[in-house]
Design a protein around this ligand. Structure first.
Ligand code: ADP
Ligand code: MG
Length: 819
């Protein structure tokens, strides 16, 4: 039993952190890492102990931990274990930009190579230095990417779609059809790493994905066969070395991911969160009392994600495992950095039980062979025969129908896992499937080294053809592969948000014409791109006597140094070229570059290194921003002009309408005044008993003038008036108008006191069937005429309806009560 080795490593401040004048929050003292909370004054320090704490902020400082140092501590130990025959795993954890890829892969410059290239180089060095000439060594390499829970083969372009993860009763979880490349030298591995990274970059650029969302798993299968010279007994030790660059650990929400991106995040985080759960569960197992260990170990959720399922053995199983947690030094990343430290702290507790994988292959072949013959017998009894080529013959009727169905379905079964329990009698169909899978594995295990090498070479050739079709250069002058600076030919080099993916694709602009477009174009395109806004025939580069011109096709999105290009344009070295939405390049013209350097023309000009993806994007936004601003200003002006015009028109209309209204109001007012004068005159009559008196001073002169009243008219008027008086309309009006102010006040008070009581006027009439309550009925005057029933003539009075909304009750008040 040994625990997982855990190292943390803090990288230098990046440009963004420097420009924001960030403070450092990480200190290291021996193996201890101390983090300071920038937001808290008291109790702001937390410290963690790890196997290694690497301080890599400033190369000139004495405590600086270089790539070599990290390799010497972790890489060498792990390589030792591999030679001993143990499974080995190193994985890098941390937020995007914290230095995972730098630690694992590093840069091409010799002293900046990461753990993976160093392990590979030293593996072959040790093999060649070995005194054991009898030992037969075989090294196979695979390189895959897990993106959204799907596995992509980075080395074999024939595996276009994602690969299936299967489980085999003997093999455990494995990726079906993942290519294993046979390699014989460090250079072979370096080429594979390089081409795998290129494939990853191409895929990421075409799909506009970022590598920070995917996990890269580089696997070396290292087998050593030795023959004891005395006894002649052959033994074989096999070690699987898994080197994992995990996706960025930042939470999906903090990256502002929405929609599909969020879903992607959730999916990737499914692997990452499951890894977290597995690590926590494993940490619990190791701290649990012996009696509970087994039970707890059963509930580790390896199966919940592709990553943990494939790395099952490396996490708390048969493996020597190390983890490097990458940290940013800056205060702005405090939360993420603290969470990374906690993660690493938990990983420390995991115990692994590595065993030397001695003769594992031989044992596996033996078991597989037994399993195959068991399945064959079983199927034979069922009347089913599986041929060498995998075809199935059914000799009894019951299976005939199934045969037809199976043929229709074709052979590739969609089940993800093979029956896990060999003791359980599988159905004929499952048995056929399992047999086919076993035969495939068996064939692979039995492949001779020569066959493997030939296969590897086939795949390499195919891969190189695919790169050539895309216009991606692999070799300079037919010799070396990888990142290089071509001598004379102008070229485009890709820029990527992820520095580890930047500048790994080189596209030559040869003498003459270089077409850029998609693979679907009718004319073959020299540079083939995929993605949003890439036209079948997108643009053309023309190189005539060292002068390179860009001819954009109509409507195709092409930007040079941030400006949209619609006309042919001469390119100068260092120019940033963006095609479509995602394809960002820097153009280099070696001859121009030399000239420039030779004359040291412009020292203030930015160096090639600073002309990165970020630079191109900022420039694009800026240039578009300026154009946008102009456009906006123009539009704003137009809008303001329109607004002014409309405002003027409205004002005129308004003025006209206002005058209209005023005229109408005047007329109405006049009318009202006349009417109210008439009314008040009538009202005055009510106070005088001498209505029919000739010398009534209140006789309306208007009426008098126009209508000379007869005796009968007066009689009629007097009767009407009498009736009207009984109905007291005038007093009703007076009651309403005179008391409106009290009513309003009562309502206002009610609102103010939140009484929920509403007051409103209502007319109530005293009739035989609805007599008024006594407190509302007005006193009967002595001289009042009384109806034959002894009641006064039906009277209508103004009362106040009081609605108590709280109790749902309605009361009637007299005006006096309201007052
Ligand atoms: P990640 O893979 O975690 O997203 P990278 O490894 O790509 O992050 O690192 C981001 C940037 O920081 C790169 O430009 C890389 O070169 C730089 N960097 C990271 N770690 C170090 C280090 N220890 N020393 C120097 N540069 C580093
Ligand atoms: Mg990375």
């Amino acid at each position: 039993m040994s625990s997982v080795k855990v190292a943390v490593r803090v990288r230098p401040f990046n440009a963004r952190e420097v420009s924001r004048e960030c403070d450092g929050i990480i200190e290291m003292d021996g193996n201890t890492t101390i983090i300071t909370n920038p937001k808290q004054i008291n109790d702001n320090i937390k410290s963690f102990n790890f196997d290694y704490s690497y301080w890599s902020i400033e190369p000139s400082a004495p405590q600086f931990a270089s790539q070599e140092r990290v390799y010497q501590d972790i890489g060498v130990e792990m390589l030792d274990h591999a030679f001993q025959g143990y499974n080995v795993c190193i994985f890098a954890y941390g937020q995007t930009g914290a230095g995972k890829s730098y630690t694992m892969m590093g840069k091409a410059e010799h002293d900046q190579e990461g753990i993976i290239p160093r392990i590979c180089r030293n593996l072959f060095q040790r093999v060649s230095n070995s005194n054991d000439i009898d030992a037969q060594i075989s090294v196979e390499v695979s390189y895959m990417e897990i993106y959204c829970e799907r596995v992509r083969d980075l080395l074999n372009p024939k595996n276009k779609s994602h690969l299936r993860v299967r489980e085999h009763p003997l093999l455990g979880p494995y990726v079906e059809d993942l290519s294993k490349m046979a390699v014989t030298s460090y250079e072979d591995i370096r080429d594979l790493m390089d081409q795998g990274n290129k494939a990853r970059t191409v895929a990421a650029t075409n799909m506009n994905e970022t590598s920070s969302r995917s996990h890269a798993v580089f696997t070396i299968i290292f087998a050593q066969k030795t023959c004891d010279p005395v006894s002649g007994v052959e033994t074989e030790k096999v070690s699987k070395i898994s080197l994992v660059d995990l996706a960025g650990s930042e939470r999906a929400d903090s990256t502002g991911a929405k929609g599909t991106r969020l879903k992607e995040g959730a999916n990737i985080n499914k692997s990452l969160t499951t890894l977290g759960k597995v690590i926590s569960a494993l940490a619990e197992v190791s701290s649990a009392p012996a009696s509970k260990k087994k039970k707890k170990a059963e509930f580790i959720p390896y199966r919940d994600s592709v990553l943990t399922w494939l790395l099952r053995e490396n996490l708390g199983g048969n493996s020597k495992t190390a983890m490097v947690a990458a940290l940013s030094p800056a205060d702005i990343n405090y939360d993420e950095t603290l969470s990374t430290l906690r993660y690493a702290d938990r990983a420390k507790q995991i115990m692994c039980k590595a065993v030397v994988n001695e003769d594992a292959n031989a044992k596996m072949i033996r078991e597989l062979r037994e399993e195959i013959s068991r399945l064959r017998d079983l199927l034979k009894a069922e009347g089913v025969q599986v041929e060498e080529d995998g075809s199935v013959i059914y000799s009894n009727d019951r299976h005939k129908a199934q045969e037809l169905r199976n043929n229709a379905m074709n052979q590739s079964c969609t089940e993800e896992t093979v029956n896990a329990n060999p003791a359980e009698p599988p159905s004929a169909k499952a048995a056929v499937h399992q047999l086919q899978v076993n035969e495939k594995i068996m064939a692979e295990l039995n492949e001779t080294w020569e066959e493997k090498l030939r296969k590897t070479d086939d795949i390499r050739r195919h891969r190189e053809t695919v790169f050539a079709e895309m216009g991606i250069a692999l070799k300079e002058d037919g010799a070396t592969v990888g990142i290089f600076s071509p001598k004379k030919t102008p070229h485009l080099v890709n820029l990527n948000e992820d520095p580890s993916m930047s500048e790994c694709l080189i596209y030559y602009i040869k003498e003459g014409i270089t077409r850029v477009g998609s693979a679907e174009a009718n004319i073959p395109q020299d540079i083939q791109l995929i993605g949003l806004h890439i036209y079948n025939e997108h643009c053309i580069f023309e190189n005539r006597e060292g002068v390179v011109m860009l001819f954009p096709n109509e409507g195709a999105l092409c930007y040079v140094n941030g400006r949209s290009v619609c006309q042919p344009l001469v390119l100068t070295t260092g120019s940033r070229v963006i095609l479509g939405k995602n394809h960002v390049f820097r153009f280099t013209h070696p001859e121009q570059a030399w000239e420039k350097r030779g004359r040291a023309l412009d020292e203030s000009a930015p160096s090639a290194e600073s002309l990165d993806w970020q630079f191109a994007q900022v420039e694009l936004l800026e240039k578009q921003g300026i154009d946008l601003k102009k456009e906006m200003e123009k539009r704003l002006e137009n809008m303001e002009e329109q607004f002014r015009k409309e405002k003027e028109e409205r004002k005129k209309e308004y003025e006209k309408e206002r005058q209209n209204y005023e005229a109408r109001i005047d007329a109405l007012q006049k009318q009202v005044e006349e009417q109210s004068m008439t009314m008040s005159m009538y009202s005055s009559y009510t106070n005088t008993e001498e209505l029919n008196t000739e010398d009534d001073i209140y006789v309306n002169p208007l009426f008098e003038g126009e209508v000379p009243w007869t005796e009968r008219d007066y009689q009629l008027a007097a009767t009407c008036f009498q009736k009207w008086r009984f109905h007291q309309f005038t007093s009703l009006r007076d009651d309403l108008w005179g008391n409106a102010v009290f009513l309003k006040e009562a309502n206002a008070i009610s609102v103010e006191l939140k009484k929920k009581v509403q007051f409103q006027f209502t007319l109530v009439t005293d009739t035989m069937y609805s007599p008024l309550p006594s407190d509302l009925a007005p006193a009967v005057e002595d001289d009042e005429e009384v109806a034959p029933d002894g009641r006064p003539y039906p009277r209508t009075i103004v009362a106040v309806e009081v609605k108590d909304q709280k109790n749902g009750a309605t009361h009637f008040w007299s005006i006096e009560k309201l007052r």
